[in-house]
Design a protein around this ligand. Sequence first.
Ligand SMILES: [Zn+2]
Length: 237
Amino acid sequence: MKPTTAIRTYLNDLLLLAFPDNCLLCTHPLMSDEKDICYSCIDSLPQTDYHLSSDNPVAQHLWGRVPLVHAASYLYVRDGNVTQQMIHLLKYKGKKKVGIKLGRLYGYKLKEQGSHYPKIDIIVPVPLHINRQRQRGYNQCDLFAQGLSEILEVPYEPSVLTRVIETVSQTKHSRYERWGNVEGIFELSQPEKVTGKNVLLVDDVITTGATIESAAATLLQGKDVTLSVATIATAGR
Ligand SMILES: [Zn+2]
């Protein structure tokens, strides 16, 4: 994170301590019908609109690696932009409601315009390793999944997958490797919950795609599973 962003985040924290009913991003007071993030900030979110296209860059990035019905990301993230600010609040500042809010916002988008996705039966967040989850106290992907679940009116199941290896070694996973090679990071703990289901796998940021690829390959070990992917953000703009 750039020093200017760090200072802005720090000032933001101070303001929000003093005025809890202010926007989490711009710190302006919220109107009575606004919650957590003001309408002006929501309007300015750098949306990808990738859900509108079956051959969007996120879907293309995963082509040939793991069989998916559809894949998309809600927002562009880059150094210092509002998405990076939100992900920082969500992951490192305990602002769990940012995750739920983003899930709800994307949920509304997908409910109205998510026709490239099949009818989703169950939402599965990419799990953290137990050590990381204990350290943070929560999994940020669970919160995004929770917000999506509320709006799409389908359950989310945080215990379907278990992360058994803490980090993905990026050097091991060139995108030309077969998806089978990245198995072993996750385990399918509750296969019965995804049998015959249209599953939506959700993550925070897609970078190399190695984590998603591995989680997807593990979910597809379930019987008659069809899989799609949605993430909060992807690099760009
Ligand atoms: Zn705002």
